[in-house]
Design a protein. Structure first.
Length: 132
């Protein structure tokens, strides 16, 4: 079984201008013991992480020395699998299963496209038409 305990260098890239995204990150920091360091994509050069501007605008990305960059639902699953609490780890493994993963991925991108309509969202959460 692969080891998912992150080194200190693990970082989660997210949309720092989006109030909904920021609320999700704050929730993770509060409730998950091993939540990674966070970086707003607006404060980085995506190419320094092997990513494009479009990629970081449309999805969160988990960056780690131990794993290839993981987008969206894959990032969430990896974060949960690294947790110390067994319940979170089991949830991370469950949403990684082939029969479940596709639905979770579709759900993630539906939320990402509609995040401006989510509770706590602001106009800054709206994706430009060119990125949808």
């Amino acid at each position: 079984m692969p080891e998912y305990i992150y080194p200190v260098t693990t970082q989660l890239i997210f949309d720092g201008d989006c109030a909904f995204c920021t609320r999700c990150v704050v929730w993770g920091q509060k409730h998950l013991a091993k939540f990674p360091e966070t970086l707003a994509y607006q404060a980085i050069k995506p190419e320094d992480y092997g990513l494009t501007a479009s990629q970081v605008a449309n999805s969160i990305w988990l960056i780690s020395a131990k794993l290839k960059p993981l987008p969206a639902n894959e990032a969430i699953a990896a974060i949960l699998r690294a947790e110390t609490a067994i319940g979170w780890r089991l949830l991370g493994w469950a949403i990684s299963l082939p029969l479940i993963r596709g639905g979770v991925k579709r759900g993630y991108y539906w939320v990402a496209r509609n995040r401006a309509k989510m509770p706590g969202a602001t106009a800054a959460c709206e994706l430009p038409d060119t990125l949808k």
